[in-house]
Design a protein around this ligand. Structure first.
Ligand SMILES: Cc1cc2nc3c(=O)[nH]c(=O)nc-3n(C[C@H](O)[C@H](O)[C@H](O)COP(=O)(O)O)c2cc1C
Length: 336
């Protein structure tokens, strides 16, 4: 066991810095806020497991978005550890015989935390998916460069679209979104993950649905389609949205985990820059529409369409408490 504040007890119940890192991990974005993760702490290592019971069978039959969500949580763990002065040692899919064990993040040597890690970790609780209209103020070039560098750093690629490509990408998002609105299986699944409940700590709550761009220039996923009482109100959105597409080098589980880390580094970098962001994955969930986003010649695979800009405050969506996601020897209870 690693000393100082980096401890878990014999049952694997963490305290101090290790616990703080796990609190940051669960703040990661996840598709429909499914939070498809579990964590086990063994000495100075955090093991990250896929919780496949939380996979979206209709929207995500291959678990691609489940892995992306897990990758985002892994990135938060890394950033949180580094910002607290320990080098995170990461192994993705460390046991081929145990596919649900998606990552091991070990507390490595002490280090002076880099300024970037501190800024990214500080941004974790401030990052929320923002489905509100953004202003027409353009995003500065330097900020866009920061976002593309963030994706590169994680071995992924972020393409910021020019106006012609932007319109084409938004057309594809719109077609995907409209198709889904006529798919009863999709509705049933969406209904599960938008069911309101005072006690509910997962799923997308009505406060996060956002309004409706009646012209559908910005075709944000309509979470209210199965909740007529919470129909989105029409309001004008920005006329020239800033749209990017995130690609990974391949389309396998380890690339999805890398893609999730890249996604989260990009989103946190945007937060540091004062930018709001929206994830739009509707077209990536329909194979023939996803193909329209790819350049078949280089093998890169589209994983998400992202929107950036300056927006009003957007509320946090709830997370399940650590005791629900922590695998411990003596049960699942974590002390307060
Ligand atoms: C892989 C993935 C796909 C997502 N797809 C969408 C989407 O298509 N539309 C959307 O509005 N939000 C999307 N989200 C955002 C989630 O709904 C959001 O992360 C979750 O509800 C938690 O809220 P938060 O990001 O504000 O913490 C996606 C997130 C992930 C990780």
């Amino acid at each position: 066991m690693i000393g100082g504040n980096w401890t878990a007890d014999a049952d694997g119940v963490p305290s101090g810095a290790l616990r703080a890192c796990l609190e940051d991990a669960v703040a990661a974005p996840s598709v429909h806020n499914t939070q498809p993760w579990r964590f086990r702490v063994c000495g100075g290592t955090i093991e990250v497991f896929a919780d496949r019971g939380r996979r979206l069978d209709v929207l995500d039959p291959n678990g691609r978005e489940l892995y992306i969500s897990l990758g985002a949580a892994v990135f938060n763990l890394r950033a949180a550890m580094l910002a607290r002065g320990r080098v995170p040692v990461l192994r993705l899919l460390p046991e081929p015989s145990e596919p649900d064990l998606v990552a091991r993040v070990t507390v490595g040597p002490a280090t002076r935390p880099p300024a970037t890690a501190i800024m990214l970790a500080d941004a974790i609780p401030r990052r929320h998916t923002n489905r509100q209209p953004f202003t027409d103020i353009p995003v500065p070039e330097e900020a866009l460069t920061d976002l593309t560098v963030a994706a590169d750093t994680e071995r992924a690629r972020l393409v910021i679209t020019d106006p012609a490509a932007r319109d084409a990408v938004l057309d594809v998002v719109r077609i995907a979104e409209q198709r889904r609105r006529h798919d009863p299986a999709y509705w049933r699944e969406l209904s599960e993950w938008t069911r309101p409940g005072v006690e509910r700590r997962d799923g997308v709550p009505p406060e996060a649905f956002g309004p409706w761009d009646a012209l559908e220039v910005v075709p944000i996923r309509d979470f209210s389609v199965v909740r007529p009482a919470r129909r989105r109100k029409p309001v004008p959105f920005e006329r020239a949205p800033t749209i990017a597409v995130l690609y990974t080098r391949g389309d396998t589980p380890d690339e999805w985990l890398r893609g999730g880390q890249a996604l989260q580094r990009v989103l946190l970098t945007a937060t540091v820059r004062g930018l709001a962001s929206t994830i739009m994955t509707q077209p990536v969930e329909v194979p023939h529409l996803r193909a329209l986003l790819q350049d078949a010649s280089d093998g890169y695979a589209a994983q998400a369409v992202l929107r950036f800009g300056y927006g009003p405050f957007s509320a946090a969506s709830a997370r399940r408490p650590l005791e629900e996601v922590l695998v411990t020897a003596g049960g699942t209870k974590v002390p307060d």
